[in-house]
Structures are given as C-alpha cells and as structure tokens.
Design a protein around this ligand. Structure first.
Ligand code: 6IA
Length: 150
C-alpha cells in the first residue's frame, strides 16, 4: 500500500445520515493513507433524502466503477444501509481487504452477514480516536502482509 492507494469509503446515505460528521472525520484520517474515492459520503450537505445530485442509475454505475478501481474498502456500518451492504459484498467478491467499523448502539445489532463473515475485519470503536486507531492497525496489518523485497 502506498500514498496512491485507492480507498473506497462506504457509509450510510439513505440508510440514515446520523454519522455524517463522523464519516467526514474518518475520511480525513483515511486520506493520510491514500486517495479516498468517495469523499461525498462524509459531506455534511448530503442528506438522506432531498435533492439528488444525479439519477440513481448514474450514482450506481459511478460508484461501482470506483469500487472496481479501489484497493481497499473501509465501511462505517453502525447505521444499517442497503447500499453499504451491497458495496461490501462487491468488495468481497473482488477479494479486496475490507475493514468494517461500528459503535455499539442501543437496540442495534450488526447483521450476522457481517458479524459472521470471516473475510471481513470487523472492529468495534467507542469514539473517533478509537476508530482512527482501528484504521491505523488495519493499514499496518496490510503493510505486514505485503511481500518484502526479494
Ligand atoms: O443505501 P444507502 O444510500 O445508505 O447507501 C450508501 C452507500 O451507497 C454509500 O457508501 C455510497 O457509496 C453509495 N451511495 C448511495 N447514494 C449515493 C449518492 N447520492 N452519491 C454517491 N454515493 C451514493 C445519493 C444522493 C441522495 C440521497 C440525495
């Protein structure tokens, strides 16, 4: 992984925008590790409903294209989202490293399709600092798994 690593950040949009500020802060941290293709997910101006920046079909094909060109996927999964679940499944089928971050919230449980999936790295966090630490550990584990110079 280098500073040109392409990172696809996934976070709920129509699923709910409660965590948009947190997603924005996570994206800024991820930018220390590479190019975040989906900066808009942390955009405070992007609401769960309201005006659309593009037709759904355009959003779908643009995002899927970005996902295909990404090296890793990092997802914030505290808020259930159809789109984020779909993106995680796509990333898994492309054998991309995947980090899913979540907070424990009252009355909410992470889907068994994530919690039971050994292909994902699923990490709980309590606050932004903790989430940043999880991101740091994820990228250092990726560096550790790269083949060294021969
Ligand atoms: O089902 P969701 O909407 O919660 O899915 C969120 C995920 O789908 C994010 O990780 C994004 O990558 C992708 N996504 C969903 N909607 C959009 C979007 N505009 N622009 C870019 N990516 C999107 C929607 C605008 C509209 C809600 C006003």
């Amino acid at each position: 992984m280098t500073e040109t690593t392409k990172i696809y950040f996934a976070g709920a949009i129509r699923g709910g925008r409660e965590d948009k500020a947190l997603c924005g802060a996570l994206i800024r941290h991820l930018q220390e590790y590479g190019d975040v293709l989906t900066e808009h997910v942390g955009d405070a101006g992007l609401a769960a409903a309201g005006e659309r920046d593009a037709p759904d079909a355009e959003i779908f094909s643009r995002d899927l294209h970005w996902l295909c060109t990404a090296d890793v996927l990092v997802a914030e999964v505290s808020t259930p989202s159809h789109g984020v679940g779909y993106e995680i499944a796509q990333a898994e089928s492309r054998r991309m490293p995947i980090l899913c971050l979540y907070r424990e919230l009252p009355g909410r449980h992470i889907s068994a399709m994530l919690a039971g999936n050994p292909k994902l790295i699923l990490r709980k966090y309590c606050n932004l600092d903790d989430a940043r630490t999880q991101v740091d550990e994820f990228f250092s584990s990726l560096r550790g798994s790269e083949p060294g110079p021969s």
